[in-house]
Design a binder for this molecule. Structure first.
Ligand code: HEM
Length: 410
């Protein structure tokens, strides 16, 4: 099979449950040039190197692939919004990331995420309590989705009444970053959903500025530190980035995690007996079934010689994180799920200057959710294997995960 057709197979929805054999094909050459002139990078060493290479840009406006596909700079972040630090290069990236990070974690706000742990435990307990007396549950709708959404909304200060409103908009707006979609057909719907999301966040930022609470949006909107507040449009864009990036991916980590445990009952039992196993297990899940399969929209600022190929200046490329995570040159027995294997650096959270900002939050949520799942659900059995998947090959995870259970304990 040619490399271009292996990539088509990855994008093809019928392979969503198991794209890994196609990634193995792609890894036979570290860098592949596709017929449209863009490139794929599929091996660990090459991806790790490019993630740290200053000749690589994340700016959407530089990217010929997005321009040709009719994706505007605004849409590149996944919703109709001004580019945020996710799609900026230094120095703006570093400045806006620092101004946002200040309200999220160390060194300025060290307690914010760790302080959420008891609340996460409480939410997971409540969600599992609600499953009492049932013989069938949907792990996506009843655990994997509600936990991260509730947590990110409470962290940012999104009122409970607003939480149902944005789910539909987010689903539509996110389609803009999926490769292989016809740009014409969905464009109008995406633009409308993006505009709704933006209006929603503008209102929220405004109300938090006027009457600030003890949440992250309020802190961002009223920042009086020497560097000051983010510019108004950055505040709205960053609020949306955190809201969307802050739950979409974590839903998939929890759902992929529960699925993997159901397929490895011995590991499920081990976690039930030893909750500390959750820490290495979540790292292994980020390697073995990562929620983010690739990062598209990178552009070479100069000719880059890599993996025996030259990616020419101006060309755009995609980094296949999920392929790198199973590269046998980097990890032994890559297709086996071994929760306590030595962690020699997965790329589940990317790397380099764009390394996931929310990793500590996502890790904690997944550890708590999966420990609750393993310790309290009695005799869980997968109903459909494979389960149905969400459309995206990029943010990949089950749409539903039906499980038969005997009961819940404790
Ligand atoms: C399991 C859950 C998560 C996964 C797998 C994940 C994955 C990633 C990846 C691969 C990147 C790098 C993107 C790139 O290089 O272009 C990234 C960046 C980012 N993530 Fe996450 N993420 C997760 C959860 C979160 C959460 C909970 C938040 C927010 C609270 C968040 C906020 C961000 C932000 C703001 C960036 C951009 C960082 C930058 O450009 O400097 N993520 N994430």
């Amino acid at each position: 099979m040619s490399h271009a057709s292996s990539w088509e197979q990855v994008l093809d929805y019928s392979n969503r449950a198991n794209p890994y054999p196609f990634y193995a094909e792609l890894r036979r050459s570290p860098v592949t040039r596709l017929p449209d002139g863009t490139y794929l990078v599929s091996t660990y060493a090459e991806i790790a190197s490019l993630l740290h290479d200053p000749r690589v840009s994340s700016e959407i406006s530089r990217n010929p692939a997005t321009a040709a596909a009719g994706v505007s700079a605004e849409e590149g972040d996944g919703a109709d919004m001004t580019p945020t630090f996710l799609s900026m290069d230094p120095p703006d990236h570093d400045k806006f990331r620092r101004m946002t990070m200040r309200h999220f974690g160390p060194p300025t706000t060290p307690g914010r995420i760790a302080g959420l742990e008891p609340r996460m435990e409480e939410i997971v307990t409540e969600l599992i309590d609600k499953m009492a007396g049932r013989s069938r549950i949907d792990v996506v709708d009843e655990l994997a989705y509600p936990l991260p959404v509730t947590v990110i909304c409470e962290l940012l200060g999104v009122p409970p009444s607003d939480r149902q409103r944005f789910r539909v908009w987010v689903d539509i707006a996110l389609q803009s970053i999926d490769p292989g979609l016809d740009p014409e057909t969905q464009q109008k719907k995406r633009a409308e959903a993006g505009a709704e999301l933006r209006a929603f966040m503008e209102e929220l930022v405004e109300s938090h500025r006027k009457s600030p609470g003890d949440d992250m949006l309020s802190a961002m909107a009223t920042d009086d530190s020497p560097e000051g507040s983010l510019p108004a449009e950055q505040l709205v864009g960053t609020g949306l980035l955190l809201l969307i990036a802050g739950h979409e991916t974590t839903v998939n980590l929890i759902a992929n995690g529960a699925l993997t445990l159901l397929r490895h009952p011995q590991e499920l039992q081990r976690l039930r007996n030893d909750p500390d196993l959750a820490i290495p297990m979540v790292e292994e899940l980020l390697r073995y079934e990562p929620p983010v399969h690739f990062v598209p929209f990178r552009t070479a600022l100069d000719d880059i010689d890599i993996g025996g190929t030259t990616i020419p200046a101006g060309a755009s490329f995609t980094l296949l994180l999920a392929a790198a995570n199973r590269d046998p040159a980097h990890v032994t027995d890559p297709d086996l799920f071994i929760p306590d294997r030595p962690n020699n650096g997965h790329l589940g959270f990317g790397g380099g200057i764009h390394l996931c900002f929310g990793a500590p939050l996502a890790r904690l949520e997944a550890q708590i959710a999966l420990t609750g799942f393993a310790s309290r659900i009695e005799n869980p059995r997968l109903v459909d294997d494979p389960p149905p998947y969400r459309p995206s090959p990029f943010l990949r995870g089950p749409s539903h995960l039906l499980v038969e259970i005997d009961d819940i304990s404790g």
